[in-house]
Design a protein around this ligand. Sequence first.
Ligand code: TRP
Length: 334
Amino acid sequence: MSSKKLVFSGVQPTGNLHLGNYLGAIKNFVSLQNDMNCVYCVVDLHAITTFQNPDELKNNILETTASFLATGLDPNKSIIFNQSSVSAHSELAWIFNCVSKVGWLNRMTQFKDKAGSDKEKASVGLYIYPNLMAADILLYKATHVPVGADQKQHLELTRDIAQKFNKDFNCKDFFPLPEPLILKNISRVMSLRDGTKKMSKSEESDYSRINLKDSSDEIVKKIKKAKSDSEPIPDNIKSLEKKPEALNLLTIYSEVSKTNLEKALIEMAGKEYSYIKGKLADLLVAEISPIGKEIVKLMNDKTHLTKILKKGSEKASIKAEENLKNIREKVGLI
Ligand code: TRP
């Protein structure tokens, strides 16, 4: 087995990337690209597992690419491309559909959440989505996958698929068993309106999230309005854990002020929420507004973004095709 480290991760182009996507995923991508070979993919085929308006999808693929670049991903260091432009992803996904088990997929909690109460109406794609994710990762024989906590189960499935493939086709260590890379404990940024729910682009109120494209005024307003309570900020983690909204503000604060939760708590204990909100708003404006402005600027030149994706796809294809050739051979396809 090759001991070379390779990072792979994917982000769905479903529009409106927010602080949760940034702190939970993309920011980590940037720090990894200096130390390891990295492949970052705009996973458009995952996005269409629920219906996407075609014009909006096109725009969102480019906007996600723009967000990658605006946060500091460098196409000269990392491979940046969109999934559907490398058809080997779909081909390997089909092979994995035949390796993976219905029983395994039935355990996936994300499908249960996303399909809701009427599973009969969910697309088949949504159901087999984790097999495509396994294909994304294993197509490049990636060893490390930075993901949020909600994707850990899918990564475990990826490991199961890799192991079963290696066993079924008698090729020990052919696919590495990829490890999750959860770099910091900030894998969950919660809604600003309800600290028990993940920050999400689908929550109705825009006040529940900070979008990367929000203006400075919007950021300040949203933090000011974020749910908190009338008591002062507690002085210990145990009490903080009983106040999900306060915990969320402190978690975000500790991340953007580059400290940890314990230290942030020492600084904030006994203070009013208006104090932490003021400081947090300043830090977020300083970190997020330049990214938002850069996204808007990059979106003014869609030809440039398309070119970057095309170049990335060419690089990704070389690795993908080489691996796929070996995979086909293992399976016995001529
Ligand atoms: N399923 C991931 C999400 O919704 C996106 C994704 C697709 C992904 N393929 C991947 C993440 C491969 C990591 C590696 O967030």
